[in-house]
Design a protein around this ligand. Structure first.
Ligand code: CP3
Length: 345
């Protein structure tokens, strides 16, 4: 496969493809025993993220073991926040011991310099590119400003976003200051990844779906539009925007400048294609829990999604959210094999 003839990149730009490409959110992770071994060697999740050799090794595992069509660099959306003064740990869920809740907390955030605080990410990308020798494209990523803000304000993982909503709606000017700072960080971070070899970039806005369409329009859309507009190599490096629980936001998401919209599993991809498929390519969207079912059901549900999208280009197969740590890798292989054989044009 030549470097300028990747299925993933072609599908993202809606150029003709011989079949549907497939990769999986969180494909480098604990469901693989090979990952658990390397993580053990590294000592902790954060040490693994910051060790370029080992992080490149786990990034490449799903290409060799599962047969996916892309390598996503191994890291986390929260690690760049360490560079602006965040005290971050994973237990394994993220914990931030100095949350950002006031105007002075926001003012005290340090400017982000990717070469200084995330040099390991540049090194990981370069190592992956060198080691896989063009067998697949390499995906870079960042957390979107609102999702990063949720973790920064709440102080870690939560299902309740009370402090974030309180900051955003009680003090909108502070919220916009925080969103602005995090947008600048995201632009610099993604351009640093593109410079170091990322061939597609995905912006994870996992929690944006908690907002209404009106609030999304006011607090999120202008920043996402600005980020995508500020990225380098627009004609070469496709830009993906993923939101979990996004069915009420899709018409707005389609206008943000992304080439690809990542869908969660609650939407019907055939209907979404009719709704926004003329503007963007689509990524998704099988329910991650289907991987706990029998191989027969996995195959059947995979084919259903491929049938719903149809044979046009502009579909990247993926889960609707990250893979769970207790999935049997053989089940994931069954899904990937089905995409690769059933979608052949
Ligand atoms: O996709 C990949 O394989 C690349 C690696 C990747 C990780 N996190 C590794 C990881 C990516 C792209 C992410 C993104 C991420 N991280 C998101 C956005 C996507 C989503 O899932 O919604 C979010 C919200 C986070 C924050 C985060 N990091 C959480 C909530 C957790 C705990 C998860 C858990 O299951 O306990 C993490 C830790 C994390 N990030 C792990 C991995 C492999 C598990 C830690 C470990 O190995 O000990």
């Amino acid at each position: 496969m030549s470097e300028n003839n990747y299925l993933l990149i072609d599908a993202a730009f809606k150029r003709p493809v011989t079949r549907t490409p497939v990769w999986v959110m969180r494909q480098a992770g604990r469901y693989l025993s090979e990952y658990r071994e390397v993580r053990e060697k590294a000592g902790s999740f954060l040490k693994l993220c910051m060790n370029p050799e080992l992080a490149a090794e786990v990034s490449i595992q799903p290409l060799d073991i599962i047969g996916v069509d892309a390598v996503i660099m191994f890291s986390d959306i929260l690690t760049p926040l360490i560079g602006i003064g965040t005290e971050l740990d994973f237990v394994p869920g993220p914990v931030i011991s100095n949350p950002v809740r006031t105007g002075s907390d926001i003012n005290n955030l340090k400017p982000f310099n990717p070469e200084e605080s995330t040099a390991y990410v540049g090194a990981i990308l370069k190592l992956i590119r060198k080691q896989i020798e063009g067998r697949a494209p390499v995906i870079g990523f960042a957390g979107a400003p609102f999702t990063l803000a949720c973790y920064l304000v709440e102080g870690g993982n939560t299902k309740l976003f009370s402090k974030t909503i309180q900051l955003f709606f009680d003090q909108p000017e502070l919220a916009h200051q925080l969103m602005d700072k995090l947008s600048v960080l995201t632009i610099d971070y993604l351009n640093y990844q593109i410079e170091n070899g990322a061939q597609m970039v995905q912006l994870f806005d996992t929690w944006a779906g908690i907002l209404s369409p009106e609030d999304f329009k006011q607090y999120i859309l202008p920043y996402i539009t600005r980020i995508f507009d500020s990225l380098d190599k627009k004609n070469e490096v496709p830009r993906v925007y993923y939101v979990n629980g996004s069915s009420h936001l899709l018409p707005q998401m389609a206008t943000c400048g992304a080439d690809v919209i990542g869908l969660d599993w609650r939407t019907d991809i055939g209907r979404v294609k009719q709704q926004i498929g003329d503007k963007v390519a689509l990524q998704g969207n099988i329910d991650p829990n289907i991987l706990f079912c029998s191989k027969e059901i996995i195959q059947q549900r995979t084919k259903q999604i491929l049938d719903k999208f149809g044979s046009d280009s502009g579909h990247i197969f993926n889960l609707g959210h990250g893979i769970d740590k207790s999935v049997n890798p053989e089940h994931l292989k069954a899904m990937v094999e089905t995409v690769k054989t059933y979608s052949v044009r």
